[in-house]
Design a binder for this molecule. Sequence first.
Ligand code: SF4
Length: 404
Amino acid sequence: MRDLKHLQYFEDLLQNANNDLVKKARADGKVCAAFVCENTPEPLFNLGNCFGVRLFAPNTGSMDVATYYMTSFLCETTRALLERAIEGGFNFADCVIAPDGCTMINRCIENMELLKAVESGSDRFFYEHMELPFKADENGVRLMEVQCRNHILTPLSEVYGIDVSDRAIRDAVREHNEICDLVNRIGDLRKDRRPRITGYEYAVLVLSTYVCPKYLLKDRLSETLEELKEREPDDREARARLVVTGSEMDDPEFIRLIEECGAFVCADRYCFGSLPGRKRIAMNEDEDALTQVCRHYTYECQCPRQMNMEKFYGRKAYINEIAKEYLADGVIYDQVKFCDPWAYERLSGSTALREEYGYPVLSVDRPYNIRSSSGQMRTRVQAFIESIEIKKLREGKAGTGGKA
Ligand code: SF4
């Protein structure tokens, strides 16, 4: 397919957490609120004169210093984030707000705070630690509300004078939904048998909406959508259409590796992905905005942190729905090395998707930076794709891979 006009632009933005758009927004006099988890309501970081970015550590090499403080048994994501913070890679942030998404992210941010690793040079810099619900129910919504008020809205308002009114939240949700609509319209193109966008290109676009100020992304995302409508798809279908699901994944090179093996990544149900990370937030005028935002994040969450059985079984059913909607032949369950929540979810999920829903499943754990062991992963993905092709030949049919 013809190269996308802005792909290089978006790829360049992902080479550094302190990217050109973050620098531009700060030069515009905006306050930068950094967060680390998909369960924290993103619009609450984009209120008034504030913009939110999710921290990531692109092109991570050594994690030795972070491993000294956190041991080698903690997930590579948290060690990469701490290492990058110690290197000064997050000194653009005016605050870091972190939930107890898991014990490892707790340890990571506590170490950042104890080591004074993120210092924007402003004496107003602050860290906030908040709780998240373990269950998706109305009690959970109320807990999320109290936590967001105490650890996001109040400190942003008191320290930086950010407008945290109901109106400001509604404006931020409107902007958030504009980005979600653009991303979802581009993402729907993946439902075609011969899609006009690759899974890698889509991963690059989606990731940029997490790590850049949203108001500076709209134009190029809109242009890309218009360009895609005219783009000629490849003649041939991919050897296999795959859903990738799993833990924190902010390295599009992992998606590129899978697609270089001949597959098409048709859906991204992972932390930092678009499903459900870029689902638009439904709002009404009857209830206050904060409650509605908290309800969305409590009920839409697909993180294994949530332990009520409706969610435990619901996460597998959700992947089955996605696989059907995007005509997937198989599922890749992936987990960052030593990620606890996804260690058990990967096991229960890959078993359920294989045995109950009948999909071919590849279950892998991977390093934070895939380039550090791409050879092994490539071999496993190639073997997986071949097994799907053989299955399709035997059954004389193409996707979906699951039970009818
Ligand atoms: S990747 Fe897993 S262990 Fe690491 S911070 Fe995320 S949920 Fe926690």
